[in-house]
Write a protein that binds this ligand. Structure first.
Ligand SMILES: Cc1cc2nc3c(=O)[nH]c(=O)nc-3n(C[C@H](O)[C@H](O)[C@H](O)COP(=O)(O)O)c2cc1C
Length: 333
């Protein structure tokens, strides 16, 4: 349309309505977080979703440096960005720093109408379906094409997904997992923190309620060392016993080329796209946090992987089963 001054007027852009904004905030809050601590503050401000870290929710024993907190916030940003795209708008993402706010990790501003790509719609649909699956996986291997998709998902954020196939490497990582788990279990502060978040009847909307903790499977001596207090109900235990049993789940490490706060937020974006790709393809995933939570052992994991990349998240992947969702606290708005 021609204006009197000769310029061509662009059609007015309609920003997201209230329901769409609520959907964006819910998508951010669906991200995974260590102990389901949900260590973020999400708000709609200045026509954008902002993601801030919440220092009051940092896990002081498990995550003294806030690395996992930043990874969780990165995952929340990835969810918001994908959901903006699925709503049919450009997504302008800006990550830290913000000179005035050390806890600012990113904002996503919906822009002009722009149709999403098929993969963006697919991953956005997986946001609400993704749940951590701690059950034993079947030993059916992942097809090469799927492994490539997972690797490409991490590359989108300039991170490298290292799939640990090499036997000595797997043995080394497993030994470091056991050592880190043992150290954490010998630390009264870690155990007290765990008890505050996992299986505590006093929480609502975060952590894991006693009912959910009881649904978790028994730990094993391998990639699932943590005990959620869990007597999985009889029928689930029987299912586990009937299954082929887990011998060799796929183990993959999300790694970055740098290790500052920005690199960790980006690693969260990468991790989340790996997880959503897995969900979209019917794969289950859980986390193997101990070897990266103990700082001195994380250094050894890095050396094990060649000494160049920074390990950010160890994932266990395989063919699983539907699992129960965990709660989320209300979004800040
Ligand atoms: C950085 C990070 C580390 C995690 N570490 C573990 C872990 O070691 N063991 C585990 O069972 N779950 C772990 N989790 C999964 C959380 O417990 C889970 O995301 C949370 O309970 C929310 O549940 P959901 O993922 O099903 O939404 C981790 C998650 C993140 C983001």
């Amino acid at each position: 349309m021609a204006r009197p001054d000769g310029e061509t007027a662009t059609p007015p852009r309609r920003g997201p309505d209230d329901a769409e904004i609520a959907e964006l905030l819910r998508a951010g809050a669906s991200a995974p977080s260590s102990h389901n601590s949900q260590p973020w503050r999400l708000r709609w401000h200045d026509d954008a979703v902002e993601v801030h870290g919440d220092p009051g929710r940092r896990l002081e024993a498990a995550d003294p440096d806030g690395r996992e907190l930043r990874i969780a916030c990165g995952a929340a940003i990835a969810n918001v960005r994908l959901t903006v795209r699925a709503q049919g708008r450009r997504a302008h993402a800006q990550l830290l720093p913000d000179r005035d706010d050390p806890w600012f990790y990113g904002r996503v501003r919906p822009g002009a109408p722009w149709p999403p790509a098929g993969w963006e719609v697919e991953l956005a649909r997986a946001v609400r379906r993704r749940h951590t699956d701690r059950h034993p996986f079947s030993d059916r291997p992942l097809p090469a094409a799927l492994r490539n998709q997972l690797v490409r998902a991490a590359w989108r954020e300039s991170c490298r997904l290292v799939i640990v196939d090499d036997r000595p490497l797997r043995r080394g990582l497993l030994a470091l997992t056991a050592e880190a788990h043992h150290q954490q279990q010998s630390d009264p502060a870690f155990r007290a923190e765990w008890a505050r978040w996992i299986g505590s009847g006093e929480r609502a909307g975060d952590g894991l309620s006693p009912e959910l903790a009881r649904l978790a499977p028994r730990p094993d001596d391998a990639w699932r060392p943590r005990d959620f207090g869990g007597a999985a109900p009889q029928h689930e235990r029987e299912l586990d016993a009937e299954g082929p049993g887990e011998h060799e789940p796929t183990i993959a490490v999300v790694t970055s080329f740098d290790d500052g706060a920005l690199a960790q937020v980006r690693a969260g974006l990468a991790m989340q796209q790996v997880l959503l790709t897995a969900t979209a393809r019917g794969l289950g995933a859980s986390f193997v946090a101990p070897p990266l939570e103990v700082a001195a052992i994380r250094v050894r994991v890095r050396a094990l992987l060649g000494g160049v990349l920074w390990p950010q998240v160890v994932l266990r992947l395989g063919w699983g089963r539907p699992v129960h969702p965990t709660p989320r606290r209300p979004v800040d708005g």
